[in-house]
Design a binder for this molecule. Structure first.
Ligand code: SF4
Ligand code: SF4
Length: 287
C-alpha cells in the first residue's frame, strides 16, 4: 500500500529480498472486467476445489517464517474473493490460526454482499481491506464506512503492463510520462524482491512475485521446502535478467518482459455469462 511504498522502493533499489509477504489466489474469476486488469480476470465459475493451494501456502509460510523469524503478511486476491464469501471466511479463520501468519490483506471490489460475515470473527488489527476504486459505487462507500477504518482504496502509483493492461493490447501504449519515472519505482524495474511469492490455486503453481505472469518456481506436487529454496535462488538473479532484456528489447516497464514470456491465461470454469459482465473503463492518466 501507499504507506509501505518508501520501504518497497528502498528494497527495490538494493534488490535485497524483503521476505515479508505471500500472496494467495484461490480463484481468478471476477464479475467485472476492468480494462486494465493486470491479471486478466473474467466472469466465470470458480473451481470446486478452492482449497487446492492451502497445503502449499501454509508450507511456504512456515518455511519463510522459520527463515526470517517474522510472521508473514498474507495477501488474498483474485478475481473477486467475495464471490465465495463462505470459503473466504473459513479460509481466513484457518490462516489466522496458523503460527506463521501475521496480518491479512484482502483485495476486493466490495461490490458483492457478505463482507460483514467474512470479517465478523477477525480481530481488529489483523485485517486490512484494499478496495478497487474503479468499481466503487454508493453501496461500496457505505460498506467501507461500516467497516470502521479497516478498508481503504487502492492508491499505489504502480503501473502494471500485464493482463489486459499489457503493452500492445487493443492498441494500448504506455503513457508519455512512464519513460520519465524513476527506475526504482516498482514496475519500472523488477520488484520481485519486495513483493512475495504467489500461490496460484487454479494453476497449481507458485510464482516469483505477486503476478501470475512471473516465472513459476514450483508446483503443488513438490515439497514446499524445495519450492522455497528454488524461489530464493531465482530471486538472486532474475532482476538482472529482466534489466538486460529491457535494454535489449526496448521495454519501458519490467513486467512487460514476463508478460511477453508467459503462457498465463486466466482460468474459466464454465461458459462466460455476458449478462454478468460489467465493464469498467481504464481511468484517464493524470498528467
Ligand atoms: S475488479 Fe477489475 S481489476 Fe479487480 S480482478 Fe476484477 S476485473 Fe480485475
Ligand atoms: S518483472 Fe516479472 S518477476 Fe519482476 S515484478 Fe514484474 S512480473 Fe514480477
Amino acid at each position: 500500500m501507499v504507506s509501505d511504498m518508501p520501504q518497497v522502493i528502498w528494497h527495490n533499489l538494493r534488490q535485497k529480498p524483503m521476505l515479508q509477504r505471500i500472496f494467495y489466489v484461490p480463484f481468478w474469476e471476477c464479475p467485472y472486467r476492468c480494462e486494465d486488469c493486470c491479471v486478466d480476470s473474467w466472469p466465470g465459475r470458480p473451481p470446486k476445489d478452492l482449497e487446492a493451494g492451502e497445503a502449499m501456502l501454509f508450507g511456504l509460510i512456515a518455511a519463510q517464517a522459520r527463515l526470517t523469524g517474522h510472521a508473514v503478511a498474507l495477501h488474498i486476491y483474485g478475481g473477486e474473493p467475495l464471490m465465495r464469501p463462505r470459503y473466504l471466511r473459513d479460509f481466513m479463520q484457518r490462516a489466522l490460526g496458523h503460527a506463521g501468519v501475521g496480518k491479512l490483506y484482502l483485495y476486493s471490489t466490495l461490490r458483492p454482499r457478505g463482507i460483514q460475515s467474512v470479517v465478523a470473527k477477525v480481530p481488529k488489527g489483523r485485517l486490512r481491506i484494499v478496495v478497487n476504486p474503479d468499481t466503487a459505487n454508493d453501496a461500496v462507500h457505505a460498506r467501507m464506512a461500516a467497516l470502521d477504518g479497516i478498508a481503504e482504496f487502492y492508491r499505489n502509483p504502480t503501473i502494471f503492463h500485464t493482463g489486459r493492461g499489457r503493452y500492445g493490447a487493443d492498441g494500448y501504449q504506455e503513457a508519455w510520462f512512464e519513460r520519465l519515472l524513476p527506475a526504482a519505482l516498482p514496475g519500472r524495474s523488477c520488484f520481485a524482491t519486495a513483493s512475495g511469492m504467489l500461490i496460484n490455486g487454479p494453476h497449481r503453481s507458485v510464482h516469483l512475485c505477486c503476478l501470475p505472469q512471473s516465472p513459476v518456481v514450483g508446483h503443488f506436487n513438490q515439497d514446499p521446502s524445495n519450492v522455497f529454496s528454488a524461489y530464493r535462488r531465482k530471486l538472486e538473479t532474475f532482476h538482472r535478467e529482466v534489466r538486460a532484456r529491457m535494454r535489449a528489447e526496448g521495454h519501458v516497464h519490467a513486467c512487460q518482459v514476463c508478460e511477453q514470456d508467459s503462457a498465463y491465461d486466466s482460468t474459466h470454469h464454465g461458459p462466460l455469462d455476458e449478462a454478468t459482465v460489467q465493464w469498467h473503463p481504464r481511468p484517464q492518466a493524470q498528467s
